[in-house]
Design a protein around this ligand. Sequence first.
Ligand SMILES: Cc1cc2nc3c(=O)[nH]c(=O)nc-3n(C[C@H](O)[C@H](O)[C@H](O)COP(=O)(O)O)c2cc1C
Length: 183
Amino acid sequence: MRTLVVLAHPGLAASRVNAALAEAARPVDGVTLHDLYATYPDLRIDVEREQRLLLEHDRIVLQFPFYWYSAPPLLKKWLDEVFLYGFAYGSNGTSLRGKALLVATTAGAAEEMYRPGGFNRFTVAELLKPFDATANISGMTYEEPFVIHGTHAVDDAALAAYQEDYRALLASGVVRERDLATV
Ligand SMILES: Cc1cc2nc3c(=O)[nH]c(=O)nc-3n(C[C@H](O)[C@H](O)[C@H](O)COP(=O)(O)O)c2cc1C
């Protein structure tokens, strides 16, 4: 399986968790690590290049720190400009059909803050529903998201365990479809 990890972190130099995940992903067989902010420091996206990259891979991973219950802005811009009518959706827009979409995100707040009735009212999986709907309209299989909660409290041992989980998930090639009952 060829996996494209689209990494969107506006301040990777100061990142601890996403930098560690990227480091874990990079050497995995079949993985292409694509750092969006490094590739497009001027935020001008080469749409043809991005579409070509998508076509060359079977599994697309969107990796980012959770910012305001969503993704950093360059990833939204990337979706807006790359997932075009006739490419990603529409009657002739079948280029992504059959591929898998995995969101890998890291949230500063602890897991118990992400629940109904809790501080953030919703689970991270619920807040990620626009990605689920995007996969759906594009004919992609939406995978169970990979989420790290409470990044501020993650110690080195826990971070190493998350790196191993992420590496194994990318290496396995096993697409874990989202369980509707848990969302
Ligand atoms: C602009 C901004 C918005 C953020 N919004 C959220 C948020 O909505 N929920 C949350 O749990 N953490 C939020 N955070 C915390 C980040 O998710 C957290 O610092 C990041 O996941 C840590 O990963 P890193 O070490 O790779 O930077 C925000 C941080 C910034 C800078």
